[in-house]
Design a protein around this ligand. Sequence first.
Ligand code: GAP
Length: 451
Amino acid sequence: MQNKWDEVIKLCKSRGFIFPSSEIYDGFSGVYDYGPLGVELSKNIKKEWWKSVVYKNKEILGIDSAIFTNPRVWEVSGHTTGFSDPCTIDKKTGTKYRVDHLLEKINIDCDGIKDLKEIKTLFDKHKKDIKIKGVNVADLSETEFVNLLVESNLNQSKVGKSYLRGETCQGIFINYKNVVSSTNKKIPFGIAQIGKAFRNEISARQFIFRLREFEQMELQFFDFPKKSDENFIKFKESSLEFLLSLGLKKENLRYKEHDKLVFYCKKAVDIEYNYPLGWKELEGIHDRGDHDLTQHGTFSNTKMDFFDEKTKTKHIPNVIETSVGVERLFLAIILDAYTEESLPDETKRVVLKLKPEIAPTYIAILPLFKKDGLQEKAVEIFNIMSENYVCSYDDTQSIGKRYRRQDEVGTPFCITIDYQTLEDETVTIRHRDSMNQTRIKIFDLDKSLKF
Ligand code: GAP
């Protein structure tokens, strides 16, 4: 499996999905850039999520809040005090480690333990059993909690230190009143957002799995408190359905219930993906109760409650949250789609069996040769097809090599323009998964480009 992990990382770089940030300056740990194909795949993932969560639900609306907020947001939400990871430092080398990750290596699960004393005790007790190459246990410092919020020196002297947002949903809570009053929405309804989040991760060393800058796709669903269990189940199920709809294999996804909960949570379940690193969190579904609206309502003196006509009582809405990282999903999708096939001629074919709807390029337009008017005809077809599809154009190398290149990046269809095209306005369509080729009229192309 390690092999697949290495191959996928190599492919991401060589084919322009993901580049290490600032590589020409030795990189910048925990930060990556999307290349030409990566940006398309990431956009398609976000488009599908938005369609599934916002456009298909008349009671869910989208917003796009700023990355910076008044720092009070993070004090009141509890992040300046409660949003931290347990850490130990090698006193000789200065390397920082997450204590829970070190304990995980000897099969001690610290999931959700937020009590420093509890982790400290566990670590002191089991420290001697940790045997990891390069980690000198005797040099490790006392356990301390390191806050994950990224501070900024934004010039807003009146409000003091500000932060880059640590989760996108706080932008939703602080706009709750604005959305209610501008849309006349009444509970039940939801607000969704896609955007950047930043975290001071101690160890960001697993490619794009754990990043310091990443994107989240989050939904906050507001409803009567008595509906919390029902909604929790509903969103737990719909979140899994969405992941399956992107083509992820069922056997690589599972739920993991939490009994130890982070500070804002009443109930939580993760959807885990079977990464080559092991089963790891891909998405979180949380019952946040009324924690955030109560906190922001109280400290900003804003009315967040609603009047229940039936019971003639006032309530703060319950919030069920779904939260999935774009990069973790991107990684799961590429890993799941990555396939190596042995062909009858004993060569190996690498193919990304991406769902066509999210493939970075839908059609590759390939003139057989660069001469005799084939290029011009191919450009003409590119111009027509790119009105409706994301197309790429390639006239380098042999046609066989170009097909393999398109297989590697998951392009569902290749259209080849040859001498016959100039005679009878037909082209060849090659299908990624079957490698079958069919000859059809250019006029009929549109009908043939369905999977
Ligand atoms: N608003 C709730 C929240 O932020 P979380 O479990 O801390 O909950 C939600 O994060 C999702 O965001 C995770 O399931 C994961 O997909 C993604 N995520 C969190 N930290 C990440 C990191 N350092 N790098 C990449 N993705 C991350």
